[in-house]
Ligand binder design. Structure first.
Ligand code: ADP
Length: 905
């Protein structure tokens, strides 16, 4: 019709060239274009379709008449929308995809595009639609998707770590497994490069290969390397690397597959280690060692083999084992190997040859290690030259002895037997037995013995065979004529003609035995009567002695003990009371009869369990005396404190037989002590303030010259000041005591303290006093430079000061010298101060460290004092776990020493 103008005609030609099937309809729905491609797709010719309406064009596609996409241009077909995968509109153009059973076949996926047709005025006059069969593409797409998702799945599910990395060594993508392996989160890994996560030692090897990939030399590689995990642990991996290249050959990206092989590596290392250990053993055995195959080729050897043969390791390895054999022995090698292969192991003697050509004897112990791959034989070779020589020498000496034996005196029978079979006898034996040598050799030793002696000899043969020692023994031998001789048999194991045998030397003692027997019987009788007389005498003697001595001693002892003022009890080793004296009756309220047979438990067991345990351990196990305070209970229930001293009495086998316990009531003393402490505490606190006030006042008066004091007044005031100072000292001591008693001083204020400056300070502080007393103080310091120790400075200083003051105070005025020595001995700090003063009388010495105690000569000499200084000093030193003691002789001098141990405090 009129629509088909010229231009439209050429348009139609163009359409025919469009590769996609295309059709167009006019507004009335009649087909106006049907190109070649659509003819081909549908099998319907253009002339059969052009001009047809009523949706005839849908028939080849759907088999029914219905609107298709180009009908949507005129009117949107809402109800059909669902039949398409999608319908997209871009301006006036519609595109879609749908499954279409073209020509009644299997549905194809068709892609279609429809747009309006306009006339020159822009009015819509029709619609055009191009169709494309995209089924194949869709299938490809689907396949791709599937393989992609399969890869993705593999990527993430694989037991191996997978990474895609860049040529710059950065991570592009990593899977979960890799994250687990390296201990980082995915985002943490992606922010790093693999080179910075690689164990430094392994980086070079990896980078080298990687660079070869980059430069195109290789496309893949595989190696073992270590990574450092986020937690800094090292993980061993096996990594396979491959690359994907762009078309120009440049690397696009790299794929790496990582497997955690820490376990394998560890066992590899272990294997290496055990191999190394095996090597060590092989190298350290005394024998030469060869590992060779069934053909004799040496594969391994050790240091000793080199030493033994003079060859180097390199010369031996690879050579045939015959290299160390003598030519004579080398012939046997193939045979020996055959025997070895059959038996698994073989022991033989052979002769080897050194590199220098000398021969030596060896024993070889060979063993099959493996039968595969040419076989492996392990051989340990020992040089037995010495042994061989010994054997030679033995043979020679055997010869010599044989000669000797043949010429022995008539009374010596010598024979050699093996298991009783006679192998050799000397001429003496032949003449006694009265048979020819021929008859004797090969006969049994038992032929010449009575039953009784056969047994003895058999026993001894067995004993010797079992490797036991057999002493000399006596038997009787008999000869053909029935003559008997007593013989003393001495035997020893020998080699006879190369085999073990026994050499017996039989000494004829028949005459001696006879004489002996007579003597013995006379002697026995004499001996018996002598003993009887002696026994009687001894019994009488002992009896008299014991009763006499004991009676007297006991009576004396009992009298003393019975009437002692302390309680005394004696118990047996289990603690059962055997004896109690009168005092114990008086003090405890129990009668002696009530006490005897009981244990000390009747005093109530007031003390904690550990106390008794310690107590028993000391006296029973350590067997030492124990002195302690216990709280006891009287019969009437009254408690009292007793100081008891228990000593074990041991017999000559050092077993405890008795315990002796001495106790006295110290309740009153204790009470007094407490009262005294209380008084001291109160009094010293009360006194401290006025005395300090006085000191301050005196000081200010003496300093202030404007007071216009006379010389006499000044001296008096100075005296008062001095006395006041002493008072302050005393009060300080008393305060210390009450602090000690109340436990306030138990805590130490420890600090590292340099010792020498501290002592110098103490010397300086006492120098005025020393000058007054004309005492010279000398200080010998043997400590290491700047020696310091962990102590409570004030307390140790106080202790030292007290000792220095005492040494000055108790000097003999003229020529007094105090020598202080410090040194370090076995890690112990030792301070000692020696004076040549008045000394301490022996009988006062044991109380010197007690509170308020002063020796007689101290009180009578002018020196004033309280008897507190040493008590306080000792307390301070011992609270540092130190020890203090002294050594003194009256009129000669005193040395006080104390020690401190750095490690204990
Ligand atoms: P004080 O010196 O105040 O009497 P101490 O406790 O310091 O008290 O000493 C106790 C006693 O030990 C003294 O009274 C004296 O008998 C004796 N003593 C201490 N040091 C010496 C010494 N260096 N030489 C002789 N006697 C000493």
């Amino acid at each position: 019709s009129k629509i088909i103008s010229n231009t439209q005609k050429s348009f139609k030609d163009i359409l025919n060239f469009i590769p996609d099937p295309t059709l167009a309809i006019d507004r009335s729905g009649k087909v106006i274009y049907w190109n070649r491609a659509i003819e081909k797709m549908t099998g319907v010719k253009a002339e059969d379709m052009i001009g047809r309406g009523n949706y005839e064009y849908a028939l080849p596609f759907y088999g029914v008449r219905r609107p298709i996409l180009l009908n949507f241009i005129f009117k949107y077909q809402k109800d059909l929308e669902k039949k398409y995968h999608f319908i997209k509109r871009a301006g006036v153009v519609l595109t879609t995809e749908a499954d279409v059973p073209v020509r009644g076949g299997k549905p194809r996926v068709l892609w279609a595009k429809a747009s309006p047709l306009y006339d020159s005025e822009g009015k819509i006059i029709g619609a055009i639609e191009s169709i494309r069969d995209i089924t194949d593409r869709k299938i490809e797409e689907q396949k791709l998707k599937e393989s992609e998702s399969r890869f993705k799945g593999y990527f993430n599910m694989s037991g191996a770590g997978i990474a895609i990395t860049s040529p710059e060594k950065g991570w592009i993508e990593v899977n979960k497994e890799l994250c687990l392996m390296l201990g980082y989160s995915r985002s943490e890994i992606l922010s790093k490069t693999w080179s910075e996560m690689t164990y430094p030692d392994d980086l070079a090897a990896d980078v080298k290969q990687f660079d070869r990939i980059l430069s195109g030399k290789i496309d893949s590689y595989n190696l073992d390397k270590r990574f450092i995990r986020k937690d800094k642990k090292v993980v061993w991996t096996n990594i396979s690397v491959g690359c994907v290249r762009e078309s120009n050959g440049n690397v696009d990206y790299i794929i790496a597959l990582l497997v955690d092989i820490s376990d394998r590596k560890n066992s590899e290392l272990k294997l290496k280690e055990s191999h190394r250990r095996y090597k060590m053993i092989v190298d350290n055995v005394n024998d030469a060692f060869y590992l060779h195959d069934f053909k004799g080729r040496i594969l391994d050897t050790n240091e000793n083999a080199c030493k033994m043969t003079g060859y180097t390791r390199n010369e031996l390895i690879g050579a045939n084992a015959s290299i160390v054999d003598t030519p004579e022995q080398a012939e046997f090698i193939p045979k020996r190997i055959q025997r070895l292969i059959k038996a698994g192991k073989l022991l033989f003697e052979s002769q080897h040859r050194r590199k220098d050509g000398t021969y030596f004897w060896v024993s070889v112990s060979a063993k099959i290690v493996s039968r595969e791959d040419g076989g492996l034989i392990e051989a340990f070779v020992r040089d037995i030259t010495d042994q061989k020589q010994n054997e030679e020498r033995l043979k020679e000496s055997e010869e010599r002895y044989r000669n000797l034996i043949s010429n022995l005196p008539k009374t010596e029978y010598v024979l050699v037997h093996r298991k009783g079979e006679l192998l050799w006898v000397n001429d003496n034996t032949v003449s006694f037995l009265g048979r020819s040598k021929k008859e004797i050799i090969g006969s049994s030793v038992f032929d010449y013995l009575e039953k009784k002696y056969q047994k003895i000899v058999l026993e001894n043969i067995n004993k010797r065979a079992a490797g036991k020692k057999v002493g000399d023994y006596e038997i009787k031998i008999k000869n053909k004529k029935g003559e008997q001789r007593n013989v003393l048999v001495r035997g020893s194991s020998v080699n006879y003609e190369g085999w073990p045998a026994i050499l017996l030397v039989l000494s004829d003692i028949t005459d001696m035995v006879k004489k002996d027997e007579e003597l013995v019987s006379v002697n026995n009788k004499l001996e018996q009567s002598r003993e009887a007389i002696l026994n009687v005498l001894k019994d009488i003697e002992e009896q008299r002695d014991i009763s006499y001595k004991q009676n007297i001693e006991l009576a004396k002892f009992k009298l003393a003990v019975d009437n002692a003022s302390d309680d005394i009890i004696i118990t047996d080793s289990k603690g059962v009371i055997l004896y109690a004296n009168f005092a114990s009756e008086k003090n405890n309220g129990y009668s002696i009869n009530e006490i005897i047979g009981k244990t000390p438990a009747i005093w109530g067991k007031q003390m904690p369990k550990e106390f008794y345990e310690n107590f028993w351990k000391t006296i029973k196990e350590d067997k030492k005396s124990c002195i302690c305070e216990v709280i006891n209970k009287r019969k009437n229930g009254e408690l009292y404190t007793a100081e008891i001293r228990v000593s074990p009495i041991v017999n000559d086998r050092n077993e405890v037989e008795f315990f002796v316990g001495i106790s006295h009531d110290i309740t009153k003393l204790k009470e007094l002590d407490r009262a005294k402490s209380e008084f001291v505490s109160v009094a010293s606190h009360q006194l401290k303030t006025p005395v300090s006030g006085m000191k301050w006042m005196l000081e200010s008066i003496l300093k202030n010259r404007e007071n216009n004091l006379t010389e006499k007044q000044i001296t008096d005031l100075k005296d008062v000041y001095e006395n006041n100072e002493r008072m302050i000292g005393l009060i300080n001591d008393l305060l210390n005591i009450s602090r000690i008693d109340s436990g306030k001083y138990a805590l130490l204020n420890l600090a590292k303290t340099e010792v020498v400056p501290m002592i110098e300070r103490a010397i300086k502080e006492s120098s005025q006093f020393a000058n007054d007393r004309k005492v010279k103080i000398v200080f010998h310091d043997h400590l290491p430079l700047n020696y310091s120790i962990n102590i409570d400075h004030d307390k140790i200083y106080q202790a030292i000061l007290n000792l220095i003051f005492n040494s000055i105070k108790y000097s003999k005025f003229e020529g007094g010298v105090s020598e202080i020595t410090t040194e370090l001995k076995n890690g112990e700090f030792i301070f000692s101060i020696k004076d040549n003063g008045i000394g301490i009388p022996l009988k006062n010495q044991r109380y010197i460290f007690e509170k308020f105690y002063r020796a007689e000569n101290a009180s009578t000499s002018q020196a004033s004092g309280s008897g507190l200084g040493l008590y306080i000093g000792k307390y301070f030193i011992e609270s540092h776990k130190g020890r203090v003691w002294f050594d003194s002789k009256e009129g000669v001098g005193t040395t006080f020493t104390f020690t401190l141990r750095q490690d204990l405090i």
